[in-house]
Write a protein that binds this ligand. Structure first.
Ligand SMILES: Cc1ncc(COP(=O)(O)O)c(C=O)c1O
Length: 380
């Protein structure tokens, strides 16, 4: 479910024509729909409204402050995995008592920052990390009964991403629930369980629909019913995945005997998921195609000098012409956050739409700015 649809023959994000945005800021760019972000957060959080719970949005999926602030206003906390994400969460208005810190390789400086900020919880992921955290916390005068400087308040799991069945969650939650009982028997006061993220989204129309949050909630609540714990969740993709699209313009059509290529101005440096994970993103024309318009099978590729630079392979699409705009759908999660400047390409901008308003929420970082960051040593 999302808020990108044709109106008067042109793809709109809510009430804004994406063609108008393209004319104003150029292409490529990411465009997010506030209404989709808000709806997905509300549906997910609402499924747990009848139990003590906290939804900590996984910022790794999309950490633009405008996105995070939109969710913060609805009551979301944040799951962060770096010093940078922790600072962004705070800058976007998330209070420390709603921040979880996950990740297997937190540095001493990151642990110290988390302790100083007084965040809700640090998800410790190894014994050496526990020792390091204990030393840091004790050095800052934190005291607790069992481990020097540390209070064990909960346990956390995250079993993967883009999971489209409930059975793996069911199995994992059963293990977690047994572990809570064992830890309590050992004298730990477990107050919360963090059930991670991972619920999948539909990436194409014909695909099997992943379980709805309500069905997922039923599984989670059943497994944790007798634990008397607050439930914490770290969803990323399900909140933001279908709330964003990547807009690109067709540069050339290149035909060979065996293959057609649609060469566009967005590339793997803007959206790396297709080449990194073989991920599927629907490609739609911004101008609504007429009934019976011709279709072609083509690779949609970018201008980067790499054989892996593609957005779609062997895909049947409406036949575009040079200059046409295309929308790469479901690109809100793990899109802009993974973008870069390979081939000295400008860093892709991001736009947030709300109703009939839109704003640039990350301007394009222009080539001149990138070049100006290099330094020539005096001895060269
Ligand atoms: C620890 C942790 N929590 C939450 C998430 C978010 O997962 P998703 O975007 O699939 O909901 C991830 C993503 O890999 C993760 O590693």
């Amino acid at each position: 479910m999302h808020h990108f649809a044709y109106r008067d023959g042109v793809l709109h994000a809510e009430a804004v024509s994406v063609a108008t945005i393209a004319e104003t800021i150029g292409t490529p760019f990411y465009c997010y729909a506030s209404a989709t972000l808000e709806r997905h957060y509300r549906v997910f959080a609402g499924a747990f409204a009848d139990v003590p719970s906290l939804v900590c949005y996984a910022m790794k999926a999309n950490s633009n402050q405008a996105v995070v602030a939109t969710l913060a206003r609805l009551g979301a906390g944040a799951d962060v995995v770096s010093h940078g994400e922790l600072k962004r969460a705070r800058a976007a208005g998330i209070s420390p008592d709603k921040i979880m810190f996950s990740g297997i390789g937190k540095t001493a400086d990151e642990l110290a920052l988390a302790v100083d900020e007084g965040i809700l919880c640090i998800n410790v992921e190894s014994e050496p990390e526990l020792t390091s955290l204990s030393t840091i916390a004790a050095s800052k005068g934190r005291n607790a009964e069992k481990l020097l400087g540390i209070r064990v308040v909960g346990i956390d799991l995250h079993i993967g991403s883009q999971i489209t069945e409930l059975a793996p969650f069911d199995d994992a939650f059963a293990v977690l629930s047994r572990l809570v009982r064992e830890l309590r028997a050992d004298g730990h006061a477990i107050e919360h369980v963090d059930l991670g993220g991972g619920l999948g989204i539909p990436y194409h129309d014909g695909s099997e629909q992943p379980p709805l949050p309500a069905a997922y909630a039923e599984v989670a609540k059943r497994a944790t019913r007798d634990l008397d714990c607050t439930l914490i969740f770290e969803p990323g993709r399900i909140i933001v995945g279908n709330a964003g699209i990547l807009l690109t313009r067709v540069l050339y059509l290149k035909r060979s005997e065996t293959r057609n290529f649609v060469i566009v101005d967005a590339a793997m440096n803007d959206l790396i998921r297709p080449t990194l994970y073989n991920a599927f993103h629907e490609v739609r024309p911004v101008k609504e195609p007429a009934k019976g318009a011709s279709r072609i099978v083509a690779d949609v590729v970018g201008p980067v000098c790499e054989s892996g630079d593609f957005l779609a392979l062997d895909r049947e699409i409406d036949e575009p012409s040079p200059g046409d705009l295309l929308a790469v759908m479901s690109a809100g999660a793990y899109g802009a956050v993974l973008s870069g400047t390979y081939n000295t390409r400008a860093l892709v901008p991001e736009v947030l739409v709300k109703g009939s308003r839109w704003a640039l929420v990350r301007p394009r970082v222009e080539v001149e700015e990138l070049i100006a960051r290099d330094r020539l040593p005096g001895w060269l």
